[in-house]
Structures are given as structure tokens and as C-alpha cells.
Design a protein around this ligand. Sequence first.
Ligand SMILES: [Zn+2]
Length: 345
Amino acid sequence: MNTTPELQTAALPWQQETWRRLYTRLADGKLPHALLISGIAGTGKQLFAQAFAMLALCRHRENQRACGWCNSCRQFSAGAHPDYFYVTILEDKSAILVDQIRELSQNLTLTSQHSGRKIALLAPADAMNTNAANSLLKTLEEPSADTLLLLVTARPARLAATIRSRCQDVRLPPPDRTTVLQWLNSRESRHDWPALLGIAGGGPLAALRLTRYRLIQERLQFYATLVELLNGKRNPLACAAELDRETLPVTLGLLQSWVMDLIILASIGDADRRTIVNTDALDLLQSALKGINLRALHAYLKHLNEAVALVATSVNAQLLLEGLFLEWADGLRTLEAAPLAACGG
Ligand SMILES: [Zn+2]
């Protein structure tokens, strides 16, 4: 059992309304045995579920929050609450496995150490393999008294209908952009949050996580390299070798945002620069546009999206990057003869 790195004692600003509704049900003793907490990736669903678990276990709730100082809260904060079980994908595994669910089910049948409820958080719930899901179904069909299961997922449709039908839906709404930007700026003001949000796909927590990567801090340099590759000034294989394998998803995310910006500029020109993500890289984007055309960009984006889908598998990062850089440097140029206007969308 452990907890996610960042502990919240209450909901994030864009989750307040959902929090208030759930709190009311908790206070009225009307919580079901299982909640399916869903919402878009990178918006803090798991932090929400974790904070709610802490609240539901707290002995001295204050103002719709966990008190933070009672015995239960202190154990929870230390990642050692005897009635709280966190189930996620184990290291070196690609799914939540049946043994983990069996162990959880067993733990849930034991008497609560605090004479209260027992709570399990499963995240990402859609990562359960078929056997694990079948095993969880038994627990959902015959729940022990005073248990609360929190299933967290960005892809609820991937869960079996039999599981979904036994949980009550808690859908966290997509966060409002102004609130998110305010929150991010209050955390750290030195980043270009609109750009990072765009690269992260709109999730504020995902944007926050991106700042850990040096590649993100050196984003403009990375884009300059892409322009140099197009101009034949750099060797694609050497450039691929310079990149850290660990940051493959971040590299691909940057490439996606770069190519999508190019597609916008190639399609609508400078008409509305606000629609692009990398507004601070406009000069570099314009330089890149001189060497490529829209059709080639669409084809490249397709390959890029296929590459992103491969990241979850045990793909060879080096080969993947080499392929993408070679195609960027050479493949796009082979199509440059076609005039932009003739390419269509
Ligand atoms: Zn407490």
C-alpha cells in the first residue's frame, strides 16, 4: 500500500462542485459501496479520490475537509492507514492483476482497525486485466459492510459494463481554462502555462508534471533542431541519439504540438495565432513552413499518432525516434515539390 506523491486534503479548484455533492452524501450517510470517478487525463482525478478517501476516514472533519491532525489523517498522510488500500499497476507490469484484487478483497473482509469504514482506491481502474476485473466483480456484487471502492479512470468505457453498472458515476467536469491558469500560476509563475497546457492535452496536473523535464525547459531549442533537420543542417540519427529515452512520451508530445501548430498555420495562415499552442515559437514555425507542405504534415501527424499509441507497449524508443526524425528530415522534403494550395486539407 502506498499513496500518490502529492497529497491534497481537499478538492482542486475545478473539482469543488463535485466535492461538495459527494461530501453531502458522505455526511448524510448515503454513500454507495462503489464510485466510478472519471474525467479527462491529467486533471487530478486520483488526487480527488485520494483526498475524498482521507476525508471519509477522518475522525474530525472540518469545513468539508479532512482535519489533517487526527490519528486517521496522520496515518493516511504517512501512507500507513490500516483501512485504506491503494491498488495500481505494479512496477514492471502492464496491468492490475488478479492476485492484487484477491488480496484487496481479503483485506476488505477484515474488521476495520479504526472501527469505521474501509476504503480502496483502484487507479487506473481500466488497467485491470480480465481476471482481475472478474475478481473485483465478486467484491462489487457482495460488498462487505462499511466498504467504499473508488475506481478511477480516464477511460470508463474500457471497463466491463458489469463493473460499471455496479458503481455510481462521478464524472469530474473538464476544468475551466481560466481557473486552471490561475491555479498553475499560483504554483509557479515562471512557466508558459498556456503552451504547456496545450502540449499536455489540457490537463493541469499533466502540465505541472511536464515541468520536471529538461526537454520542456529547452523546448525552443528542440524546435530549432527540428528546423535544422529540415534544412539538412543536422543529422537525424545523431539528433535522435541525443535525446533521453526516458522522455520519449514528452518528446512525442512536443512533436505533436509542433506539427499541429504547423498544420494550423499552413491551413489558415497567420489569421489567428491564438489558436496555436507554441506562440513563443512562431518564428521557428514560420521557418519550418518554408520547407514543407500541408499534405506531408498530415501524413507525418498520422505516423506520429501511431507512434504515441506504441509508447504504452515495449517499443524500442531509439528506433522509434530515429524513424520519426528520418521521416521529418527526409520524408517531408520529398513531398515539398507539391504546392501548398494544391494539397488541400
Ligand atoms: Zn482527520
